[in-house]
Design a protein around this ligand. Sequence first.
Ligand code: ZN
Length: 331
Amino acid sequence: MVSDTPGIHHVTSMVGDAQANLDFHAGVLGLRLVKRTVNHEDVLRYHLYYGNGSGDLGTVYTCFPYPEQPPGRRGVPQWSAVAFAVPPGSLDFWADRLADHSVEAERRERFGDESLLRFEDPDGTRLELVAADSPVEPWREGPVPEAVAIRGIHGVTALPADPFQTASVLETLGLERVGQDGNRVRYRAGGDHGTTLDLLDRGARAAGDDGGTDGNAAAAVSGFGREGPGTIHHVAVRVPDDDLMDWHDLFRERGVQVSRVRDRHYYRSVYVRPGGGVLVELASEKPGFTVDEDVDALGSSLVLPPWAEDDREMIEGQLPSVEVPTADDWR
Ligand code: ZN
């Protein structure tokens, strides 16, 4: 028997320049860089992990910098937005802070009582700040005052190719359909943070009815997305370690495209792609980000998976040098 997922483990995007990405997420947004490592599939590329002070699951947003690749395009089938939770009452602060850094943000409402700011990172990745209570501890030593700092990931939005198959996978994972606002159908996991996964229904999109929730109906209707900087690569949900192989077998039995179990050093994973659409990763809760760095030292140096250590000199020589934004410079 497998247990229901409590919520999101991490979200991963493809981005352009590594330094611009660091400046935006650790500087403007005030997230902690919790891990500076390399892409396991391509060790000459960074893999940057952002999160709260202790890199708790459900706070982690990771980026693969691919500066020389042509920009991606948001569309079907992709995850189209990632939302971070901020304290209720803090959106005015954030609107001012984003404006101070020349980031255009739009205020929106959803489901009657959910307020948010929507904007884009330097590569065009769609991000949101949602005013929502969260039990997550923020990063206290960043440039953003603790009272208004980001409290982990709130949720994600998908533009699935086949909403029914995507919904079926979410339901298999234990998420419940909890509401609909226009073309936005909301699923929620049972944990206490990072629990919201929204699917934008294709029928409503094709009719041009964007439900007042997604705004960019023309872009959505224009069709297919293209992977590249500025697009979200996948969303991972957390599962107990012992369940991973059972999940793999269960999805295979149901005819859902599923990968073998992969060791990602900080977690083990399987990837499923319902109906050839959006990529969903199931990631184990252990061993976590303190397996190779103390909490105090998270993100302070380049860490490599053990099997790449022999090539450290070559890898370090190939990666662009980057500077982690300091709180003082980005207040
Ligand atoms: Zn992942």
